[in-house]
Design a protein around this ligand. Structure first.
Ligand SMILES: [Mg+2]
Length: 319
């Protein structure tokens, strides 16, 4: 008798084990999730739980879903107290300070042999699933997801409510000059789910070249901040010789992610509290213009200080 199935709920960066019996329903599963996480069933969005391609009803039995033991369900949803907090926050709270302002250490780290060796290893061993082929003569744009394109912590009925405004317009415009890569510090399943949810995957107006996940990252150590995982562009440059520090730019809301390539990173203002900021956030709109200017007038992206992107004045006299 196989009485129990164990599945895993992944939520807010943590995993929760849940045991279910054959007779349990989706409703029972949601109550079990509430017990462990505190998120109310009506607030839970179980991203990859599907029955015949659709979200199953609460009375659907778990055994009908044919989940493999250990199946990971990805959940979006928020606790009541977090929601209350969001709803009572009168104005934008200042940007969260979970970033490190790395300056002096950057250069030293960039060249350390041990990290270059780690990058080599990723170049050799990390397998990229190409979704769309690189195009000749294009620059490279590498994008983070969470808080860059998507507010992954707010509550919403649909993914669209959490999408950063102008996302599709931004990607459509960028695609004219850039091959686009998505790089998120989560797992590939998550990335694929989120991209689908946002309507990026099959968008007719642009194509994503490939996704990179946390396994393409490397961990580095700095005396000041300890160990941290970062996104070295060298992994892409090693695999695709047509891209380099001259024609690559990466957007991330966390500056340390590009500590290996400080001159090719642009720290984007994080998009948080989607409900409050949806009407006013125009970051992607402005950045579209910046990408256009770079593509048109700049021969070496690493020679521009991307911290001052808003004040960038292209030298239009270039040949
Ligand atoms: Mg992020």
């Amino acid at each position: 008798m196989e009485g129990f199935t164990k599945i895993i709920i992944k939520w807010s960066g943590k995993e929760y084990d849940i045991e279910l019996t054959e007779n349990d329903t989706v409703g029972n599963l949601k109550s079990a999730i509430q017990k462990q996480t505190g998120v109310r069933p009506d607030r839970q969005k179980l991203l990859n739980l599907k029955f015949k391609g659709k979200t199953p009803d609460d009375d659907c039995r778990i055994c009908q879903l044919k989940l493999k033991p250990g199946f990971k369900i990805m959940m979006m949803g928020s606790l009541e107290e977090d929601i209350a907090e969001v709803n009572t926050t009168p104005e934008n709270i200042p940007e969260v300070i979970n970033d490190l302002d790395i300056e002096e250490e950057e250069i030293a780290i960039e060249n350390q042999e041990v990290y270059l060796a780690k990058i080599e290893k990723r170049i050799k061993e990390y397998e990229i699933k190409i979704l769309n082929q690189p195009r000749e003569g294009k620059k490279l744009l590498v994008l983070d997801i969470d808080y860059t394109l998507f507010d992954h912590r707010s509550v919403a009925e649909t993914g669209l409510e959490l999408m950063r405004p102008y996302l599709h317009e931004f990607l459509t415009s960028a695609y004219e000059d850039y091959d686009i890569v998505i790089w998120s510090a989560t797992g590939m399943k998550w990335i694929e789910e989120k991209m689908k949810l946002l309507g990026v995957t099959n968008n007719p107006n642009y194509k994503i070249m490939f996704h990179l996940d946390s396994l393409a990252m490397i961990s580095i150590h700095t005396p000041k901040y300890g160990v941290m995982d970062v996104k070295p562009l060298g992994v892409i440059w090693g695999k695709f010789q047509q891209y380099s520090n001259k024609n690559t730019i990466m957007f991330d809301d966390i500056r340390r992610n590009f500590i290996m390539n400080p001159k090719n990173g642009l720290r984007i203002r994080p998009f948080r509290q989607a409900h409050l900021n949806r009407a006013t956030d125009k970051e992607l709109l402005y950045l579209s213009k910046y990408l256009k200017d770079l593509a048109k007038y700049c021969d070496d992206f690493s020679a521009v200080n991307h911290r001052h992107w808003e004040k960038y004045k292209p030298n239009k006299r270039r040949n």
